[in-house]
Design a protein around this ligand. Sequence first.
Ligand code: COA
Length: 389
Amino acid sequence: MSISIGIHDLSFATGEFVLAHTALAAHNGTDIGKYHVGIGQESMSVPAADEDIVTLGAAAAAPVIARHGASRIRTVIFATESSIDQAKAAGVYVHSLLGLPSAVRVVELKQACYGATAALQFAVGLVRRDPAQQVLVIASDVSKYELDSPGEATQGAAAVAMLVGVDPALVRIEDPSGVFTADVMDFWRPNYRDEALVDGQESVNAYLQAVEGTWKDYSEQGGRSLDEFAAFCYHQPFTKMAYKAHRHLLNTCGHDTDQDRVARDLGLTTAYNRVIGNSYTASVYLGLAALLDQADDLGGRPVAFLSYGSGSVAEFFAGTVAAGYRDHLRTKEHRAAIERRTPVDYAGYRALHEQRLPTDGSDHATPAQSTGPYRLAGISGHKRIYETR
Ligand code: COA
C-alpha cells in the first residue's frame, strides 16, 4: 500500500488594509454590479508600506511552526510571482524570521499563479523519498496592476503556508495528475516593472483552454470521474473565473451546467477570495481553506484542484480530505485575519499603491503602518531589513 502524503496543516495571512470595491466604483464611475456580480469581488487586501511577500509569508507560516515545531522540516519552498529579488530566495528571510534550523534547504519557485502547486507536488516527492521529513510550502503574493486599468479591480494580497508530510491531518494528495503547458502572453511582468501586464480576455481564454488540457491529461492518467468529487477548488484571479472554469469543465465532459450544481460544487471555495482579492499563488489554497472552514464534514471525500498560472502552466489533481480534519482547522484565526484589516478609502489606497522603495541604495525607513508579527523596517544599501514584533 502506498503511503499517505499531503497537507498536514494550512494557515494564511493577508494584508493590513482593505479597499471595498464600492470605493473603487465610486472613484471610476463603474456600476457596482460589475464588481459584485460581473467579476464576483467585494473587496481587496492592500498591504501596508511595511509589508511585503516576506512579512506575509512569515505571518502565515509562524502558527504552523508554533503548532508542529520545525524539527522535521528540511525543505522550505517559497512560491511567488511578486518576487523581491532576482537571486536571493524570499524564503531565506522567512527562514531567519521564524528561527528555522540551519539544516534546511530553501528555494523560490516561479510560474505565475501555478508556482505553489509545483511546490506542493515537489514537496510530496521529497516526502516520498524520506517519509520522516516534512516540507514547508509558502505561497505569498501581492497582486498589483496599473491604477485605472481593468486589472485594478482584481488586485489583492495574501500568503498561505502548508506543512506537507505523511499521514496528513487535512488532505491526502492523490497520485494521478493532469498537467498542461502552452506558450501564451496573457499575463506577465518584465523584470523592469512593478505592475503586471495582463490581456484580460486572453487570460480567460487561456485559462479555459488549460482546464480542458489538464482534464484530458488527468483522465488519461487514470484520474477519477467528475461525479466523484465533493467540491472543486479553482485558481481564482476573481471569483467569477471559478464559475466560468467549472461550467467549461462540465460542458467539456458533456454534463449539464445548471446554476445550482455549479454553486454546490464550488460556492464555498470563493468566500475568502471574494473579500481578499487575487493572491496569485495562494489563491487556489485560500479556496481550499474556505471550503474546509465552512463545509459540512468532508472526511473521506475527494476534492478536485485546478491550478492555473498564466503564461501558461496548469494542473488538475485531487486530494482526499482526512477523517477528523475539522479538529485541525484554523477557522477562527482565518476569519480574524480577514476581519482585522483596516478599511482604507480610495485616496489612502492610491497612496499605498504609488509608494516605492528607493532603488539608489539610500537609507529608507518605512512608516510603521502594519500591526502583524513581522514588518519590513526599511532598506539600506539595497538590503531589505526585517523586524519581528
Ligand atoms: N452588472 C453585472 N455584471 C456586469 C456589469 C453590471 N453592471 N457590467 C459588466 N458586467 C459583467 C460583464 O458582462 C462581464 O461578465 P462576463 O465575463 O460573464 O461576460 C464581467 O462583468 C466583466 O466585464 P468586462 O467588461 O469583461 O470587464 P473588464 O474589461 O474590466 O475586465 C477582467 C475584467 C477580469 C478581465 C480584468 O479585471 C482583468 O484583466 N483582470 C486580471 C485578470 C487576471 O488576473 N488574469 C490572470 C490570471 S488568470
